[in-house]
Design a protein around this ligand. Structure first.
Ligand code: ADP
Length: 407
């Protein structure tokens, strides 16, 4: 079966011209977007709760109708098949996959062939939750549409411009040379999109150096100069760096052995604790969702208050440190669910960076929520402050076309 061979009504092809399908296959969810060539039209949806009986696809049609489709047995593969069935009529010309880990080999998006697919699978050692799901998505499309070209867009690729001083760990050289132990960084498409967007809308002339803060469930920050990532907060895995929803971020590497000695915890147990039971959830004891924690904090919940203070302190401290990587500091860009919606969190993080001559326009900051884009520094601020809603799907579609020579 080939998407290009299926029939579609004139109305459908007219409204979504030569679209690219973007697939973001996670371990328990699949996000998808079908984006027209000129990026003016898109269809988006989400399969969630995969692996559970409650699995379903939430799909919005081109005419705005909302559908919910149950996935029997919560099976991943079935969900993918259903998604592809829903979109087939629009004759997508290419599929771009978000792939979390590209290791050392990939510094840009690549067309999928047998070697690329084998690499995505092999890199499971570095991204055990993500890369297998990404590979599954590639194989599902391959099986149904063998003639449609596919591209892997790696989360790590944008950070391949980091210099050794930023990407090496101060550990024995052989571990880098033989085992590829180094910092890779993640959220690359998001940092690339928002820094690029900031450079295109700022009035600042000359070279641009941005600190980008992607604050969602996963959180990372990057230093981007003239479109190149020079340093970032995540490392070998997405656990390093900022405090996140359920992830601890930076921690003393001696913790693992200490917990083994005093509690007999295995490495796997400590790893699970740091990835799934820490961060905002671990400190607040309530939730990984900042909205729940903000509500509890407003009612005087002391652990919720501390969770927010720690989140902001650690983010501000990291951004301050990352500024060292920038030859010039034009401004800070906030994005992700928290960065785009919580004006209070943005203000608190900037307050931590109080020695940088940053001045916030408080009223303007409050207006930048719910998908709004804009700047919120006051006239006397030393650097610009931006909220730019991320659009990883758009960026992946763009990179997919470029990799196939369609751009
Ligand atoms: P993911 O990393 O899974 O893509 P998102 O970027 O959607 O996550 O971000 C999820 C986070 O954004 C959650 O912690 C959520 O509480 C937070 N968030 C979303 N909307 C708001 C809001 N209006 N106020 C505060 N936090 C918000």
């Amino acid at each position: 079966m080939s998407a290009a061979n299926t029939t579609a009504t004139d109305e459908q092809t007219d409204t979504l011209i030569r679209p690219t399908l973007v697939l973001n296959c996670g371990s328990s969810s699949i996000k998808y977007a079908l984006i027209s060539e000129d990026a003016s039209t898109r269809i988006e949806g989400l399969a969630e709760n995969l692996g559970l009986d409650t699995a379903r696809i939430k799909h919005t049609t081109l005419s705005g109708e909302k559908l919910e489709i149950a996935i029997a047995g919560g099976r991943h593969k079935l969900a993918l098949q259903k998604i592809l069935e829903l979109l087939e009529q629009y004759q997508f010309i290419a599929v771009g996959h978000r792939v979390v880990h590209g290791g050392r080999e990939y510094s840009e998006a690549v067309r999928v062939d047998d070697h690329v697919l084998a690499e995505v699978k092999r890199l499971k050692v570095l991204a055990p939750l993500h890369n297998p799901a990404n590979a599954l998505g590639i194989e599902a499309v391959q099986a149904l549409y063998p003639d449609v070209p596919q591209v892997a867009v790696f989360d790590t690729a944008f950070h391949q411009t980091m210099p050794p001083v930023a990407y090496r760990y101060p550990i024995p050289k052989a571990l880098y040379e033989d085992e590829k132990i180094r910092r890779y960084g993640f959220h690359g498409t998001s940092h690339a999109y928002v820094s690029n967007r900031a450079s295109s809308i700022t009035k600042a002339s000359g070279s641009h150096g941005w600190l980008t803060a992607h604050l969602g469930n996963g959180c990372s920050a990057a230093a981007v100069y003239e479109g190149q990532s020079l340093d970032t907060s995540m490392g070998l895995t997405p656990l390093e760096g900022l405090m996140m929803g359920t992830r601890s971020g930076d921690i003393d590497p001696g913790l693992h052995i200490h917990l083994k000695r005093i509690l007999g915890m295995s490495l796997e147990e400590t790893d699970k604790m740091l990835n799934s039971e820490s961060g905002l959830l671990g400190i607040s004891g309530l939730s990984n969702d900042l909205r729940t924690i903000e509500q509890a904090a407003s009612e005087g919940h002391s652990d919720a208050i501390l969770a927010i203070e720690m989140f902001c302190y650690r983010a501000g401290k990291y951004l301050a440190a990352l500024s060292c990587a920038l030859p010039e500091f034009t401004g800070i860009v906030f994005t992700g669910g928290i960065g785009e919606n919580s004006a209070v969190t943005r203000a608190r993080i900037l307050d931590v960076m109080r020695h940088f001559g940053i001045a916030v326009d408080t009223d303007k900051n409050k207006t930048l929520v719910g998908g709004a884009e804009g700047s919120f520094q006051s006239a006397d601020s030393a650097v610009e402050l931006w909220v730019i809603p991320t659009d990883e799907e758009y960026r992946i579609a763009q990179e997919t076309r470029a990799a196939l020579g369609l751009a």
